[in-house]
Design a protein around this ligand. Structure first.
Ligand SMILES: Cc1cc2nc3c(=O)[nH]c(=O)nc-3n(C[C@H](O)[C@H](O)[C@H](O)COP(=O)(O)O)c2cc1C
Length: 198
């Protein structure tokens, strides 16, 4: 793929062994179609996939704050993203604040809270991709700003924000650096680097 490609890119992973198509084909764009609406069915399916994720002792220590583009809540979430993320997220159809319960109701730290939330968001991502949507997760968020904006208290921690929508051509991105990142080859560490065997 070159920087002059203008079609919606297919960026299938180059895997060392076959994996499910939906996993190989999922990727995180920053160019979203500013006119696209996500159907209520697709949005509910994505959230349902998160709901059915595994969690430690089935505690389900998560909450999802969901806002569609054009609503005050969407703008409030955008205001609580870090600089670079504020530039490209306004075209997403939906923003979701992913919140983990990090302390239980008795005041004990919930050590798996963020782990469980991450799995639930991964489920949501895969379901959304299978339904023809794209997802881009962000850790560059204002944690305390989001906590205050949504009155979350100390037991709940905003961990990431997910942008959900319909992918658009990379050329729609005004910023050249962001456009180049959109088209750069997708890479990963090799299995040898991350798997420890005897
Ligand atoms: C927890 C987490 C935080 C991330 N934070 C950001 C972010 O703040 N801004 C951004 O543009 N991308 C962010 N990303 C996207 C990653 O950069 C992206 O997933 C990674 O480069 C791999 O690319 P791929 O998802 O297209 O395979 C984040 C992803 C995850 C899972």
């Amino acid at each position: 793929m070159t920087l002059t490609d203008t079609t919606s890119p297919v960026r299938t992973a180059d895997t060392s062994s076959p994996i499910l198509d939906v996993l190989a084909e999922r990727w995180s764009p920053r160019s979203f179609d500013e006119t696209a609406e996500v159907s209520e069915t697709a949005l509910t399916s994505a959230l349902e996939a998160a709901r059915w994720s595994a969690s430690a002792a089935n505690t389900q220590p998560w909450k999802f704050i969901v806002a569609r583009r054009g609503t005050p809540m969407f703008d409030l979430i955008t205001e609580n993203l870090m600089g670079f993320n504020r530039v490209w997220t306004p075209n997403a159809s939906v923003l979701i604040v992913n919140v983990a319960e990090v302390v239980d109701s008795e005041g004990k730290p919930r050590r798996w809270g963020m782990y469980d939330l991450g799995q639930a968001v991964a489920n949501l991502t895969v379901q959304a991709h299978a339904d023809g949507l794209h997802v881009h997760q962000m850790g560059g968020i204002e944690v305390e700003g989001l906590r205050a904006a949504f009155d979350l208290g100390e037991r709940w921690e905003p961990v990431t924000v997910t942008a959900l929508g319909v992918v658009a051509p990379a050329e729609n991105l005004a910023d050249e650096k962001t456009r180049a990142r959109e088209l750069a080859p997708r890479t990963r560490k090799s299995l040898d680097e991350i798997v420890v065997t005897a």
